[in-house]
Design a protein. Sequence first.
Length: 431
Amino acid sequence: MSLKTQSLITLGLNHKTAPLDLRERLAFTPQSLPEALNSLYKLEGVEEAAIVSTCNRTELYCSVDNNDDLSLINWFSQYHGIDATRVQDHLYTYAHEDTIRHAMEVASGLDSMVLGEPQIAGQMKDAYASANKQGTIGQLLGKLFQHAFTVAKQVRTDTEIGSSPVSVAFAAVSLAKQIFGELNQSTALLIGAGDTIELTARHLHSKAIKHIIVANRSLDRAEDLANKFNGEAIRLQHIGDHLHRADIVIASTASPLPVLGKGTVERALKTRKREPIFMVDLAVPRDVEPEVATLDDVYLYAVDDLQEVIDENLQSRQDAAEQAKDIIADEVNHYLNWQRSLGSVDIISELRANTQALSEQVLNKALKQLSAGQSAEESLKFLAHTLTNKFLHHPTTRLRKASEENKQDLLHSARQLLIDGTVSHDDEENS
């Protein structure tokens, strides 16, 4: 299929269009992503595919040979075992130019719950790497993602979008500080060891937290992170042995199932003699069973609950976001110009191949004339005359026909292509 007929499309849902319980059901785990990519890629009409799945969004990016999003909606809902009618009202779709703009806005943090947050660019890079590894990404999507990464870097360099800390990690720590006041007598248990948890640890450390415990499936990764903040590392399965020590629990793993259940929390509260625990679950799907919120002396917040804290810190980024949109508008045009240029690639290649074949044919005849004893001057005249005639025969025939049929647009285009701007004889001699 020619690239000229391909169109880009995005289908997805995010924190603005869907509640948390639906987002977690429609999320793709790192383990399920390869199979999902290959399944999506095999869908009729899909030429390229990538999937971005984070705590706040799940999006399908596809290059397709039509703009029918119904098959994508059906695939998306069926893959997760949910009726399409329940999903459809929470979905948004973007077609081609809007897809390009949306991808750049997402990578730049303009579509995030936390305006301008930098983690999404890394998550999109992970999505690109996964699609590349599975072989489901090609020229159009590959260029789009690379362009989006470049734009995100430019936005962060040329604007003040990242000047004030308003990530979900910052919001979680700010909320903890509102509840506890000073944190220098508190112990925090961090579940996970990814970028969000590392950023959380940095914010806690800057607030003089007394002690940090990092729990992770990989003890080595937990130790690497804990050592940066003079903390302690434990295995994920040992959370129950240490939970009673924690005043603050912040979780963000990629687990498809909760890693902290109601029973474990109940036992910890008994050991703490009902001293309260503040918990923030930043993961989607959730790391903490929702039933934990029913326990006395537990203050459990999900990622959606942080919006009020985040909003208080957003005003300083609004002007920067407008500047970022101007940058993105320019870059959308650059991408579209690049894609339009692809339409000439096949024509140029064919023209060069045909011209080369004619040149070699005439050159061989001229060489034979030289071998037969004809003078070099006569052979060169033959070469120049014959090449000129062969190169111009087809265009001149078509131009005469266009003139007879009064096709003025074609004649004007031919003048632009073949005559205007060509090098004069004097220019050639002086070059």
